[in-house]
Ligand binder design. Structure first.
Ligand code: PEP
Length: 249
């Protein structure tokens, strides 16, 4: 069965709750489609107002992060139950900014993956290499390790419904998109890695996004690639351009 595309916006630390409502209202008619799942991953405080604003549309509101414990003395963190209680289905885990600035490791990402599944949340697990790693020729070794550790003890059924976002760090927020060939090559290799860990059916089912300076001009070329099942979009997700990315065909 053909994989449905998933196009997700990552708002990062942008938009106050009132700005979030305005942006959802503005984008709602522009992102209407049945061809792709459309997810806005927003700051925790924007989740409820964004959800209210998105009511009756095809937009799913997702989270940008969550903690791996159920509840308790973890000041400042958001639990999976807090997300599901308000109807969140998707959560971004292991974004490179969280790995870089908040000491996330593949091990903590794995704990979050397992906890997300326990609560019926679908993770969008990010992976991607630095420019130095690409230049040293270790891109795939590094990403395979991120995927292997991230999916430790994740079942095949859980993996099949997961989303992986391949985001070369050098392409995030820099305006430098990976070439279509580079993006397809890595997404294909990630799918092969999933086939090795699980089986061909799981690899055929899992959705793999490309992320890194995707815009309305680059989306069509990227999304037509056989192993690219949509995108994780930062900067362009805050603009009407996002409508063009979602309706890229
Ligand atoms: C991201 O935040 O995941 C991202 C890919 O950002 P940008 O599209 O701005 O590069």
């Amino acid at each position: 069965m053909a994989r449905k595309k998933i196009i997700a916006g990552n708002w990062k630390m942008n938009m106050t709750p009132s700005e979030a409502v305005k942006l959802v209202e503005e984008l709602k008619p522009l992102v209407a489609t049945e061809d792709a799942d459309v997810v806005f991953c927003v700051p925790a405080i924007d989740i409820i107002p964004a959800m209210e604003a998105a009511k009756g549309s095809n937009i799913e509101i997702g989270a940008e992060n969550m903690y791996f414990e159920e509840k308790g003395a973890f000041t400042g963190e958001i639990s999976p139950a807090m997300l599901t209680d308000v109807g969140v289905k998707y959560v971004v885990l292991g974004h490179s900014e969280r790995r870089e600035y908040f000491a996330e490791t593949s091990e903590t990402v794995n704990k979050k993956m397992l906890k997300a599944f326990e609560h019926g949340l679908t993770p969008i697990m990010c992976c991607g290499e630095t420019l130095e790693q690409r230049e040293q020729g270790v891109t795939m070794d590094f990403i395979r390790q991120q995927v292997k550790v991230g999916f430790l003890n994740v079942t095949a059924a859980q993996a099949a419904i997961s989303v992986i976002a391949y985001e070369p760090i050098w392409a995030i927020g820099t305006g430098k998109t990976a070439t279509t060939a580079q993006a397809q090559e890595v997404c294909k290799a990630i799918r092969e890695c999933i086939a090795e860990i699980y089986d061909e059916a799981t690899a055929a089912a899992i959705r793999i996004q490309y992320g890194g300076s995707v815009n309305a001009a680059t989306a069509p070329e990227l999304f037509v690639q056989p192993d690219i099942d949509g995108g994780l979009v930062g900067g362009a997700a805050l603009k009407p351009d996002f409508g063009k990315i979602v309706n890229w065909k």
